[in-house]
Design a protein around this ligand. Structure first.
Ligand code: ZN
Ligand code: FE
Length: 256
């Protein structure tokens, strides 16, 4: 099996575009399509041909390029069954338990609702990689717009259960602001302190801070750490259910 090739590039003001490519099968997928021209340029730069779009959720900053890219390439658009009507150009719907064959690689689908009601995550175990859209960010998580905090927490728990080495590609470069907030929730977490400094240096050098890994997020992302006693104490929520602690952290981030 040829190794999956992955190319990440900035789109819009703070979105990421990501291409995945299987060289043997000569298939290329865009993970979401924030901006058609940027995706087209990235595909050309790599010398690939766009064959698929894999949509994580319906928001315009993730689907705005669908129509133009489909018209130009005839690519097949795959997206979330539970909000399919809101995804422009969708050809095939998928939901938890479903799979998509991509060359020699099998893409697995998880339902991760909360940011939107039908949001999905794509996982490729053979490449040790996941594409989480706006569900999980580096040291952060998506706003709970269409779901409930408990629903979002259940979605995050599914991601937390992935192997720690799993690379995580997210929809946005929000890392530096997330680190500042994370330090207000868990100021004594040494791994978080170190990571915040590394992120500042990467951003100062104009570098992307993603992908991250599940293991890195488990250590430094306060939204994945509502079980930690120091966090519960800081929030005055000792012994409270994890989803309630998560909800409090999310509420504080909304006001931060
Ligand atoms: Zn979104
Ligand atoms: Fe987004």
């Amino acid at each position: 099996m040829a190794a999956l090739q992955i190319y990440q590039f900035p789109c819009l003001s703070d979105n990421f575009g990501v291409l995945i490519h299987d060289p043997e099968a000569n298939v290329t997928a865009s993970i979401d399509a924030p901006e058609a021209d940027k995706v087209t340029a990235a595909v050309a730069e790599k010398g690939w041909k766009l064959t698929h779009i894999l949509t994580t959720h319906h928001h315009a900053d993730h689907t705005g390029g669908n129509a133009q890219l489909k018209a130009a390439t005839g690519c097949r658009i795959i997206g979330p069954r539970n909000e399919a009507a809101k995804v422009p150009g969708i050809d095939e719907t998928v939901a938890e338990g479903g799979t998509v064959d991509f060359g020699a690689h099998r893409i697995e689908v998880l339902d991760t609702p909360g940011h939107t009601a039908g949001h999905i995550t794509y996982v490729i175990p053979s490449a040790k990689v996941s594409f989480v859209g706006d569900t999980l960010f580096a040291m952060g998580c998506g706003r709970v717009i269409e779901g409930t905090p408990q629903m979002m927490w259940d979605s995050l728990k599914k991601l937390m259960a992935l192997p720690e080495h799993t690379a995580v590609y997210c929809g946005h470069e929000y890392t530096q602001a997330n680190a500042k907030f994370a330090l207000t929730i868990e100021p004594d977490n040494a791994a978080l302190q170190n990571r915040a400094k590394e992120v500042d240096a990467m951003r100062a050098a104009g570098k992307a801070t993603l992908p991250t890994t599940i293991g890195m997020e488990l250590e430094t992302n306060p939204f994945l750490r509502p079980h930690v006693t120091a966090i519960q104490k800081r929030l005055g929520m000792e012994g409270k259910p994890e989803w309630q602690v998560f909800a409090e952290i999310r509420a504080r981030k909304n006001k931060f």
